[in-house]
Design a protein around this ligand. Sequence first.
Ligand code: PFF
Length: 459
Amino acid sequence: MFENDVADGDRRNSLHRHWSSRFTFILAVTGSAVGLGNIWKFPYIAGQNGGGAFVLVYLFFVFLVGMPVMMSEILIGRRGRRNPVATMKLLGEEEGGASQWRYLGYLAIVCSMLILSYYSFIAGWALSYVYESVSGTFVDASIAEVTATYQGFASNWVATAIAHTLFMATTVALVARGVKRGLEWAVRLMVPALVGLMILLLVFSINTGYFSAGVEFLLAPNFSELSWSGVLIALGQAFFTLSIGIGAVMAYGAYLPQETSIPGTAAVVVCADTVIALLAGLIVFPIVFANGLDPAEGPGLVFMTLPSAFGQMSGGILYAAVFFLLLSFAAWTSAFSLMEPSVAWVVERFNRSRVEAAVIIGFLIWLMGFGSVLSFSVLSGFKFYKGTIYENIDHLTSNILLPIGGFFIVVFAGWVMCRNSTAEELGGVGPAYSVWRFLARYVAPVAIVVVFLQTSGLL
Ligand code: PFF
């Protein structure tokens, strides 16, 4: 994915490798954005938060808060051309006279590692479901049987730990090799194939006889169903699904050639990501209603519904296996971006090789992952604050740290950086620039602060 180092001393072109083309960058950011967040997380949290109203608020956050944050993050990354800590320190000094902005980089490193710790564990489920699909577990299985399979699996900590280990080990191996062309190839193939299989699932859902019930649940807003904590979760999900607020996109932006249009890239990625999440919702909820499941079932929702749909199709074994494999690919391409801030930091800060950095960081993340692995089994009764260890890590990262990171990123790009710098990165002063600047200076920060104040009971 990167071309060789260009060492001409000019930061605009140098320090690191570059993405081989503008298209590769779009693919890499799409690969980061499209993942478990769209297919596994979006349906289950939409279900837990009453559907329609939650989705509407989520869309508001994706386009009016997420999009300007993503543009800000990419432009900061490209201007700094270093790992997030060094980039924030450098730009903080250059633009704002304060190197303390580097703490935003540290926040990104901690947060991305915490997210990957449970992300890898859930991705392990997807990997295991490839195996289950091929073994024929889901053929003609009733929803009750599929649910029992899920519950048996999720609570088996040895099996989930093995899957988590497998996922993390492959991630480390690929990141250590620099990902290179593999990423481009994976995303190019995965996203269209994933959408193709999702359309097949959509046809199934349309034929359940409960499609309109599913659509109504997902898209008809009923604001009495939505609490302020649901609004916070929608905000967190907007950040999570777009991989923003955390330095991942910033780290990728560091390798972006100067000519590439940042608004164009962000628009493509945000739209593709949203379509895939909505598609997942449209598939899952008709199956939920057709089988009398509870939409608020929780993290197992997708793993309970989709296998039963495949199980009833002819050729379902193959489709199910390919689908879960693609879901694992989607998770890998997101996991690479979750490792990039910390790996780039270790490489640059401690002068380590990429292999060493990936192994050290990967090992730490793998270890932290046991908090989540055990949350579904041995430690499922161990609850505090928001619930299990997994629920607390998810809440802390998605709903608190990502929006805080996003807040400081837009404030930095919108208020601290000078107009010339941002205009230069965003292709000059024009309508797109003015819209971005307005959203980055006012809409996004105010929305984040209001949601925080509301949920903390201060408003
Ligand atoms: N956006 C990814 C998904 O939806 O699955 C998850 C993710 C990747 C979150 C990278 C944050 C991140 F930095």
